[in-house]
Design a protein around this ligand. Structure first.
Ligand code: NAD
Length: 430
């Protein structure tokens, strides 16, 4: 069969994020009932500040020219420049970018980072492009977005279908046009051109920190706590390895092909991550093979869904056997599942704090870039620990101080309160 060369085929693997805008809006409505927020500010937050749509012509290897559509949604800039990923995927839509940009606003606010939320994407199938085509697309994208991005305006980062190489090309093209090397225009770059040490491990590290703190909140010990992790990629594997290092028993992990389980604990260092060897979790002879569905219902202390969205649903939330769920992936729990888990007194620590180590170290990268001074890995880890504890304590205070507030609601209360206060302080320029 001929390889798929069409650049904008149907979305195939992220249908779960189709409805991201309505989810983001309903989470805002829920939080607004718990926070005293000015109605005008609330109405403002229901909409993005701006959405840019640009057409990106680029040359294919055979000399023909394709024109891809790209979006950049900038949600709320009251606390600082916009910040968020730039994805390459055939299913990218304007609504999805707006919803994901809103999530970035809440995530930056709960972490108290001086950024507002953005998200963008190119409607393109990156698997159908050669490296040279991807480079030409990325450079032209940087040119088309040049007037709306920048270290003080909007700072893109890698996302689905993009990585450090795309960020390097974007930074180079932007810098060429500006006439000066501007590393702070994007984050997630290779360290040799201003990327930060510790960026790759950061979302998994924050998941591990939050798991440790959540167990402590419930007077449970991390030492010997049993943990099941769905997804053994950047987020899941880094979280699993750190939790193992800190004394937890990681008893189950999985990838898209299935999982492995050993009630006495897996030798987690023997299992290759998605980045080391894709989809090899079940190939190493560790533990007994189980399905992803079984992993989600294991009787463990902590379940970390760290693969894809919408895996905990009304169909399986009743069977979740964990005492605590820590969301490593974005949006792994549906609203219905959230309610069921709440009724069953299973706390769910939400994605916007649990995996926020990624955007936090992106902030560190931006700081290093604009100050022209790089930090050691040790410093990045120490500062991440400090930021995570500050955010965790702010959310835990809300949970402590109210009857029956879920961790998700408490996290949104912290974020929305900060946004509302910033809007109040700046006021409305008539
Ligand atoms: P990754 O590609 O590095 O790894 C994903 C892992 O999940 C792989 O092991 C893959 O085999 C597995 N997987 C894929 N589909 C699966 C399925 N249907 N069932 C079970 N396993 C499946 O991805 P990642 O960067 O670790 O991202 C995972 C999640 O975390 C995504 O929701 C992503 O949006 C979110 N996230 C990532 C970052 C980051 O910087 N990497 C930051 C915040 C949030």
């Amino acid at each position: 069969m001929a390889p798929d060369r069409s650049i904008a085929t149907r979305r195939d693997d992220v249908g779960s994020e189709d409805d991201v805008l309505s989810t983001a809006l309903s989470q805002l409505e829920r939080a607004s009932a718990l926070v005293d927020v000015d109605p005008t500010t609330l109405e403002r937050l229901r909409h993005p500040s701006r959405v840019h749509r640009v057409m990106v012509p680029f040359e294919r290897d055979d000399g023909s020219v394709e024109i891809a559509t790209a979006y950049r949604a900038q949600h709320d800039g009251v606390r600082g420049p916009f910040k968020g990923g730039m994805r390459y995927h055939p299913g990218v839509t304007e609504a999805e970018c707006i919803g994901l940009a809103m999530w970035m606003t809440w995530k930056c606010a709960v972490m108290d980072l001086p950024f507002g939320g953005a998200k963008g994407g190119v409607v393109v199938n990156p698997k159908a492009l050669s490296e040279a085509e991807t480079e030409r697309l990325t450079r032209r994208l940087a040119q088309e977005l040049r007037t709306v991005v920048g270290p003080e305006h909007d700072i893109p980062a890698p996302d689905m279908g993009t990585g450090s190489q795309e960020m390097a090309w974007f930074m180079d093209a932007y810098s060429m046009q500006q006439g000066e090397t501007t590393p702070g225009v994007v984050t997630g770059k290779p360290p040799v051109i201003g990327g930060s040490y510790g960026r790759e491990e950061a979302p998994g590290r924050s998941v591990a920190i939050v798991t440790r703190e959540a167990l402590d909140f419930y007077d449970r010990s991390l030492e010997g706590a049993t943990v099941a992790v769905q997804g053994f990629g950047s987020v899941g594997a880094n979280a699993a390895r750190l939790l193992d290092e800190w004394g937890a028993d990681v008893v189950a992990v999985s990838d898209v092909t299935g999982g492995v389980y050993d009630p006495d604990g897996l030798d987690i260092s023997a299992i290759p991550t998605h980045q080391e060897e894709p989809e090899a979790v079940t190939r190493q002879g560790e533990g007994d093979e189980i399905s992803n569905d079984e992993l989600l219902t294991l009787d463990v202390d902590v379940l970390v869904p760290a693969a894809v969205g919408n895996v905990l649903t009304a169909d399986n939330a009743d069977e979740v056997g964990a005492d605590l769920v820590v969301e490593g992936a974005n949006g792994p729990t549906t609203a219905e599942a959230d309610e069921i888990l709440d009724e069953r007194d299973v706390p769910v620590i939400p994605d916007i704090i649990a995996n926020a180590g990624g955007v936090t170290v992106s902030y560190f990268e931006w700081l290093q870039d604009i100050n022209r001074r790089s930090w050691s890995l040790e410093r990045v880890r120490e500062e991440l620990e400090t930021e995570m504890l500050a955010a965790w304590n702010a959310v835990a205070r809300e949970v402590d101080g109210a009857d029956d507030l879920t961790w998700r609601d408490a996290t949104y209360v912290v974020a929305l309160s900060r946004l509302a206060a910033a809007h109040d302080a700046r006021g409305l320029w008539p």
